[in-house]
Design a protein around this ligand. Structure first.
Ligand SMILES: Nc1nc2c(ncn2[C@@H]2O[C@H](COP(=O)(O)OP(=O)(O)OP(=O)(O)O)[C@@H](O)[C@H]2O)c(=O)[nH]1
Ligand SMILES: [Mg+2]
Length: 380
């Protein structure tokens, strides 16, 4: 049909033209200024050794639209971290030496230095708090920081890992207790259970496994931030994320991409079946889905993605959708989904099916994150 062909051509031309809006009138200038002021202020805080590593990793990769803060009671760990701001907590309590695996000390440190934390977060709209649960500083301070951020009015999202069972019962106990407090103090908690890494890669050396964990924690923070800050054809914004994640308990984030076969279905299945985010979503009531593809992305593909998500969730669940065009993706479709109100299974139980040890799957410790990236691309 000719009129449809013409409409398609015109819309393609508009897509090209509309990439960067230019102020052509006073009202446009005013709108651009308003958008700049209205941008939500988002902070990513990493507390304790693992949390500091995740923030350092985010900075190494480059973060946009995110102010990063590392917090630690261990001065040496803090020194080696990379962030826009660093806060040494508990100078009196710990003398810069760390909390020695005791969350009650980590909690005291955060309380001792609460004013320093408040000062940084006074104008925050959204705060991510990330750490590895199980030690002293992260497990003890994260609930205090979350409570403070929430009191200051910020949407507060915690992204944490839980320890390997092999780290021993004390670390697991520290993690369970901290997780309970976090659920009470934050808007939403996303958990990456380290033990699940063993189901995917049973022979991963511990250092490598922690690097993979850092990467997944960082990707979750970046995924949600991009979803809010990057402009799309059907736009998602801070209010969408807020309405889905406020006081929502446990959430999960899944990311998938595919460039071949039934790429829409493959990308959404990958997002929903991430082995590290193995939670029951059948009763979840809310989700946000962010679909990114080139100009080739079709309405049918978008429908496939949203209807697949809808099939997995509770009947009548509220799904907010955003679509973004990124022609650099060429044939790839990238789907990010955040599902809130998920039921947590026993996150700290041992890995269920550890496959037979296979010689070829033994991994050497990786010396850099490029190797970790390759591993993640391969497995997730
Ligand atoms: N993602 C990630 N997790 C780690 C790393 N190192 C340790 N972990 C995990 O995080 C948990 C807490 O460890 P740390 O972050 O070192 O502990 P901390 O919060 O600094 O506490 P203290 O050192 O006792 O004051 C551990 O039990 C591990 O499960 C790391 O480099 N990256
Ligand atoms: Mg430490």
């Amino acid at each position: 049909m000719k009129f449809i062909d013409e409409a398609i051509k015109e819309s393609e031309k508009r897509l090209e033209k509309n990439k960067v809006p230019k102020a052509t009138s006073e009202i446009d200038e005013d709108l651009i200024e308003t958008i700049t002021i209205a941008h939500p202020k988002i902070f990513a805080i990493g507390t304790g050794g693992a949390g500091n590593n995740t923030i350092t990793r985010l900075n190494e990769k480059g973060v946009e639209n995110l102010e990063t803060i590392t917090i630690n009671s261990d001065a040496q760990d803090l020194l080696y971290s990379q962030a826009d701001k660093k806060i040494l907590i508990g100078r009196e309590t710990c003398k810069g030496l760390g909390a020695g695996g005791k969350p009650e000390i980590g909690e005291l440190c955060a309380e001792e230095s609460i004013e320093l934390i408040k000062d940084e977060l006074s104008d925050a709209n959204m705060v991510f708090i990330t750490c590895g649960l199980g030690g002293g500083t992260g497990s003890g301070s994260a609930p205090v920081i979350a409570k403070t951020a929430k009191k200051l009015g910020a949407l507060t999202i915690v992204v944490v890992s839980t320890p390997f069972i092999s780290e021993g019962p004390q670390r697991v106990k520290n993690a369970v207790e901290s997780l309970k407090k976090l659920k009470e103090s934050a808007d939403s908690v996303i958990v990456v259970p380290n033990e699940k890494l063993l189901e995917v890669a049973p022979n991963l050396p511990i250092i490598t496994a922690y690097m993979v964990s850092d990467e997944i924690l960082g990707k979750s923070v970046k995924g949600i931030t991009d979803l809010i800050m990057k402009h799309g054809a059907t736009n998602l914004d801070f209010s969408d994320v807020k309405s889905t994640m406020s006081d929502s308990g446990m959430s999960m984030i899944g990311m998938g991409e595919s460039e071949s076969g039934d790429r829409a279905l493959e990308s959404v299945y990958e997002a929903l079946n991430s082995p590290l985010l193995d939670l029951d979503i059948s009763e979840a009531q809310k989700a946000i889905v962010d679909i990114v593809g080139s100009n080739e992305l079709t309405t049918e593909e978008v429908n496939k993605i949203t209807s697949t998500i809808s099939d997995y969730l509770a009947p009548g669940a509220d799904i907010i959708m955003g679509i973004r065009v990124d022609n650099e993706l060429q044939h790839t479709i990238r789907t990010t989904v955040i599902i809130s109100g998920v039921k947590s299974q026993d996150l700290l139980s041992p890995a269920r099916e550890v496959p037979e040890k296979q010689e070829e799957s033994i991994q050497e410790p990786w010396e850099n994150f490029d190797a970790v990236d390759d591993f993640l691309d391969d497995k997730f």
